[in-house]
Design a protein around this ligand. Structure first.
Ligand SMILES: NC(=O)c1ccc[n+]([C@@H]2O[C@H](COP(=O)([O-])OP(=O)(O)OC[C@H]3O[C@@H](n4cnc5c(N)ncnc54)[C@H](OP(=O)(O)O)[C@@H]3O)[C@@H](O)[C@H]2O)c1
Length: 328
């Protein structure tokens, strides 16, 4: 495919806006259409981001023959249904994090995509940022020796509104699925998706969702990850990777613009001077993979997204946290 990939954006909320804004910076793709539950919202969004086509339903967007790939940006309990709508229409899909609310839902999506030879990827955008790619390269070339410990936190203080999706169990609220997936996915990227032991504790708030949590993961050879997430507490949002010959510090790692490598007697810094959030990098990766005829990403593989959701399921089991829409 020599031309730019035509993107469809499914939903018109907060993250859909951020994605649409950054997509304008993608080298191999452009926003072509948007779909919303209401035409008025689709038209408003299309006008704001100069998108040629506005659809009054998600189904109409999925059926648009000119759309190559769809970005799903609804709250997580709707991801499964919305992704299936797009896959059934034969579209490639990039779905916001967390992919689904539990591993069982994701299994269905993966099976459908693989059976029907369709592209599918979780929008864990952090993985595609230049800083994170550099950090992976530092680790792979042994700059800090053997990695032994990963620490990562992501938390912010949301306003008190029990109906808002972050606090609302009906909308899959809670720190684990919203902020916690970043440190968990980060640890998975560095230490692998299969810890031997998972220890966790959470503060379950008034609305019945986890407002903050701590997780300790232990891996073979004594490797450890210490992770925290919160939606009613501001955290440092830093990630640190400690190895036998140094450590790497990444301030605000989820939208990383800088990383510092502290080796034995050396300090190196990698800086990304981008002026936008950085959602175009995940879009460019999708474009590159589709142009190469690939159906999955090596940087964010489906099996790893699945293992991460299995881990989060186990953590929620430890807390006894189930959502109202999860059947027995
Ligand atoms: N990657 C990131 O940095 C990042 C940041 C924030 C959020 N997220 C993820 O993106 C997803 C959406 O988050 P958001 O903050 O954009 O949410 P939001 O602002 O509440 O927007 C969600 C959109 O989904 C659609 N929707 C469909 N059914 C809905 C329902 N029953 N209730 C509310 N909205 C519904 C609506 O669009 P229409 O009215 O147009 O149909 C709505 O505008 C979540 O899964 C979240 O975890 C990712």
């Amino acid at each position: 495919m020599g031309r730019k990939l035509k993107w469809g954006i499914l939903a018109t909320g907060g993250i859909a806006e951020s994605f649409a804004k950054d997509l304008a910076h993608a080298k191999n793709g452009e926003a072509y259409a948007v779909g919303s539950r209401t035409l008025a919202s689709a038209e408003k969004f299309a006008k704001k981001f100069d998108i040629p086509k506005a659809h009054s339903s998600y189904e109409a967007l999925a059926e648009d023959p000119n759309v190559d790939v769809i970005y799903v940006a609804t709250p997580h309990p709707f991801h499964k249904e919305n992704v299936l709508t797009c896959l059934r229409a034969g579209k490639a899909v990039l779905c916001e994090k967390p992919f689904t609310v539990n591993a069982r839902e994701l299994e269905e999506l993966i099976q459908f995509a693989r059976t029907n030879h369709l592209f599918l990827m979780e929008g864990m955008w952090t993985r595609f940022l230049p800083v994170i790619r550099k950090v992976r390269a530092w680790i792979e070339t042994g700059e800090i020796g053997d990695v032994r410990l990963v620490k990562a936190d992501f938390g912010f203080k949301t306003l008190w509104d029990p109906e808002w999706r972050l606090l609302n169990p009906k909308l899959g609220g809670g720190a684990l699925l919203d902020t916690g997936i970043y440190p968990i996915s980060f640890a998975s990227m560095v230490l692998g998706p299969h810890p031997e032991k998972i220890m966790s504790t959470a503060d379950i708030g008034e609305t019945g969702v986890d407002e903050h949590f701590s997780i300790l993961l232990s891996y073979p050879e004594g490797k450890v990850a210490s992770l925290n997430g919160a939606i009613r507490l501001g955290l440092t949002n830093e990630a640190t990777i400690h190895g036998t010959h140094g450590y790497i510090q990444i301030p605000s790692f989820l939208n990383a613009k800088k990383a510092t490598l502290h080796g034995e007697g050396t300090v190196k810094t990698f800086q990304d001077d981008r002026t936008v959030s950085g959602y175009q990098f995940e879009a460019e990766e999708v474009g590159r993979l589709l142009q190469e005829g690939k159906l999955e990403s090596d940087l964010m593989p489906l099996d790893e997204s699945f293992a991460i959701l299995q881990l989060m399921d186990q953590v929620r089991d430890q807390w006894g946290l189930r959502y109202p829409f999860e059947d027995n």
